[in-house]
Design a protein around this ligand. Structure first.
Ligand SMILES: C[S@@+](CC[C@H](N)C(=O)[O-])C[C@H]1O[C@@H](n2cnc3c(N)ncnc32)[C@H](O)[C@@H]1O
Length: 467
């Protein structure tokens, strides 16, 4: 089967985890491309392997297919000439271009003589229009001209309708490093970091891909059993990702993959895709049967904010978690163990299924009233805590006291909890909101990454240093 070259994107901090995930999916020999500031992994493989990534990779944020590489241009003129060598007809639906919008074109030049990125974009748009020799390939521009000049309202309405019916094409990136360039076309128009269940989210929420990467980094899933508590759970991303990884659930249903734009591009292999879809259908049917856990899992999410709890509950619905059915004998075992615990009736409690519970309340109250009641189990704490981003003084005071309170809590209850993993804003030692200072505890930095433009740290509590 024909092989293509692809570029896969993830958060730069998690590229090596993505590489590990790739080897798990049988994609070896990856080259991590950070040199040209692309933050991509480059790999060569067949289309079915990439469809499999779309369905199962929890870290992947974007995949581009290489249309051309090693293109050489150092001036406007030579760029125009080099366009003639790009096999656009193999990658874009030129024949049926009247049904599509023009792809968004993004040029990036690093230390290149072709420093004028907007010029590259414009030349490519013009070239594609001329190349396709079709009226509508640059519909946006055409419409603008018509809005100004055409008085005929009916014709204008016709044009607007046509534009709205046009399908979106994936983005085309043109990247030049010195005088060498590559042309990359996105495979999808929907971002791959969205795992489909997070319809409701609140502030400070973690991307699904980041939550998955941190779960891998923490190695918490290597243990036989998993008792996990997220005391600041927000919309529940960490817990939902952990469960989906454990149960090897697909991220994208095969039916949604059918609608992705890559299926309409000329290089798409319809025959092989049909085989892939059939296999996926069989797998998804199997997953609807009773789930065999093979290990003991209990996931608890809690948050002080009612809106967050509500969004977590709704996301669990969207992820179909309420419908999970476990093998009969396991159901009985879980039922027996968990029904023995009496929970304070004043605490809001939502039972999603036999392994997920959601509570509303301050972390300390949930610890003493709920989590510590499961006395045979030490729960691992894994949480993306408030960052104290707001400049408002009252907010800073609140965060300060929250971090101090967390420090006291971990010191007092260190024997009651398992490992502790925290995601918090990175701050200098002198900053009065520095988490490590305020908790007065020793934390190991596992990784540092940018979450929504904020530099954050993934910390693990060093329990050996607790006096
Ligand atoms: C950064 S957000 C968590 C986002 C979450 N990881 C997600 O991906 O959706 C922090 C959460 O901490 C909650 N929170 C703040 N103070 C709290 C407290 N004292 N006890 C429990 N939760 C608290 C907030 O309501 C907020 O939902």
């Amino acid at each position: 089967m024909k092989k293509f070259v692809f570029y896969a994107k993830s958060n730069p901090a998690f590229l090596s985890s993505l590489e590990k995930e790739f080897s798990h999916f049988g994609i070896e020999k990856c080259i991590t491309l950070t040199k040209i500031r692309l933050n991509y992994i480059k790999f060569e493989t067949t289309l079915p392997k990439v469809w499999n990534l779309f369905a199962y990779s929890r870290l992947l944020e974007d995949v581009k297919i290489e249309m051309a590489k090693g293109v050489s241009a150092s001036s406007e003129k030579s760029f125009k000439i080099c366009l003639k060598s790009i096999p656009f007809q193999q990658f874009l639906p030129i024949e049926k271009c009247q049904d599509y919008q023009l792809p968004k074109i993004k040029a990036m030049c690093f230390r290149s003589e072709l420093f004028h990125e907007k010029m590259i974009e414009k030349i490519t748009v013009n070239y594609l229009n001329k190349y396709a020799n079709k009226e509508y390939f640059d519909n946006e521009k055409k419409l603008k001209v018509n809005e100004e000049t055409v008085k005929d309202e009916e014709r204008l309405r016709d044009l607007v309708e046509k534009r709205e019916n046009l399908k979106e094409l994936p983005r085309l990136d043109i990247v030049f490093q010195k005088d060498r360039g590559i042309f990359l076309l996105n495979m999808t128009t929907t971002p791959l970091y969205k795992h489909g269940y997070k319809i409701y989210k609140n502030w400070g929420t973690l991307r699904e891909t980041y939550a998955a990467a941190l779960i891998y980094e923490s190695k918490i899933l290597n243990n036989r059993d998993l008792y996990l508590w997220d005391p600041f759970c927000g919309s529940g991303t960490i817990l939902i990702e952990a469960l989906m990884i454990l149960l090897k659930r697909p991220i994208r249903n095969y039916l949604t993959l059918k609608d992705e734009i890559f299926t309409e591009l000329p290089f798409h292999d319809n025959k092989a895709f049909d085989v892939f879809l059939k296999e996926e259908k069989t797998i998804s049917k199997k997953q609807e049967f009773d789930i065999l856990l093979e290990r003991d899992i209990h996931l608890i999410g809690s948050d002080i904010d009612s809106k967050s709890v509500d969004s977590y509950v709704k996301n669990c619905h969207f992820a179909n978690l309420y419908k999970f059915k476990f093998k009969e004998d396991e159901e009985k075992k879980l039922q027996r163990e968990r029904s023995q615990i009496v929970i304070n009736p004043n605490i809001y409690h939502e039972k999603v299924n036999k392994i997920i519970d959601i509570f509303m309340g301050d972390f300390e109250s949930i610890a003493t009233n709920v989590v510590f009641k499961y006395d045979k189990k030490k729960f691992t704490i894994f949480s993306n805590i408030p960052y104290g981003e707001s400049q408002e003084m009252s907010e800073r005071v609140k965060i300060k006291s929250l971090y101090k309170r967390m420090g006291k809590f971990f010191r007092k209850y260190s024997n009651f909890v398992g490992d502790v993993f925290i995601i918090v804003k990175k701050r200098s030692k002198k900053d009065d909101l520095n988490f490590q200072n305020l908790t007065e505890m020793k934390w190991e930095v596992i990784s540092t990454f940018f979450n929504n433009g904020i530099e954050v740290e993934f910390l693990q509590l060093n329990k050996t240093k607790i006096e």
